[in-house]
Design a protein around this ligand. Structure first.
Ligand code: 5RP
Length: 232
């Protein structure tokens, strides 16, 4: 997919997801460029239809964008249960197992996904794959990074602390931790790997999302339109 087509695909997916929002809902607001298109369309609907909604942001970036768009913000303290969360993904397989965390927001994204009655994942079609593969991000407390990386190697992964692009040294998450990107040659059992990675001491969360498949709807975008895929 060319860059312009990819951008159109993200826009189509994000805007389509805004049609799932109903008046009065409390929403989870995911992180990333596809979710941003959702928020832009949501803001339009708030303006034109007078929708009364509030959103729990999954990152500092999303909170800033929501404020710019005049989307009312909420917290999990006030709303521990959410009606709907809309978020992006880096990969989604046929069973709706996901890899997330390119934007380093995976822990808050997982908390929000767990709190939501329904999870709508927005992604361009290229991210929809037969089987997950490649890099799984972990959020790790800095104190535990070295032993956690040994444990990842024992599970067959190749770990690397994520480095900043416009900052020297490691990426520090919104929660004050490191991201360890773990590359696996294959991921035959995503749910099993999620469990094993999450059990490593000092790992706060894992970018594999396998526990929410039953409540997930996938909105897959292409340059021409969208496909809404429900669990079979
Ligand atoms: C951030 C994420 C994002 O949702 C995921 O990386 C998709 O981002 P984009 O829509 O920009 O491709 O998991 O932690």
């Amino acid at each position: 997919m060319k860059a312009t087509e990819k951008e159109k695909a993200k826009r189509n997916a994000g805007r389509r997801a805004a049609e799932f929002v109903r008046d009065g809902m409390v929403l989870g607001l995911g992180t990333g460029s596809t979710t941003y298109h959702f928020m832009v369309r949501l803001a339009e609907r708030i303006g034109s239809e007078g929708l009364s909604v509030a959103g729990v942001p999954t990152s500092i970036q999303t909170a800033i964008r929501a404020r710019e768009l005049f989307i009312p913000l909420a917290t999990l303290d006030d709303h521990p249960r959410l009606d709907l969360a809309v978020d992006g993904a880096d990969q989604a397989d046929r069973d709706f197992h996901l890899i997330k965390g390119r934007g380093a927001a995976l822990t808050r994204e997982k908390v929000v996904a767990a709190a939501a009655a329904r999870l709508v994942i927005v992604a361009d079609l290229e991210k929809c794959v037969e089987r997950l593969s490649g890099t799984v991000p972990l959020e790790v407390i800095p104190f535990a990074a070295a032993p956690a990386m040994i444990a990842v190697r024992e599970l067959g992964g190749e770990p690397a602390v994520r480095e900043g692009r416009a900052k020297d040294g490691p990426v520090i998450t919104d929660n004050g931790n490191y991201i360890v990107d773990c590359t696996f040659s294959a991921i035959p059992d995503p749910a099993g790997l999620e469990e094993e990675l999450t059990l490593i001491p000092g790992v706060l969360e894992c970018g594999l999302f396998c526990r929410y498949v039953q409540k997930t709807t996938l909105v897959a975008g292409s340059a021409e339109g969208t496909r809404v895929i429900e669990k079979r």
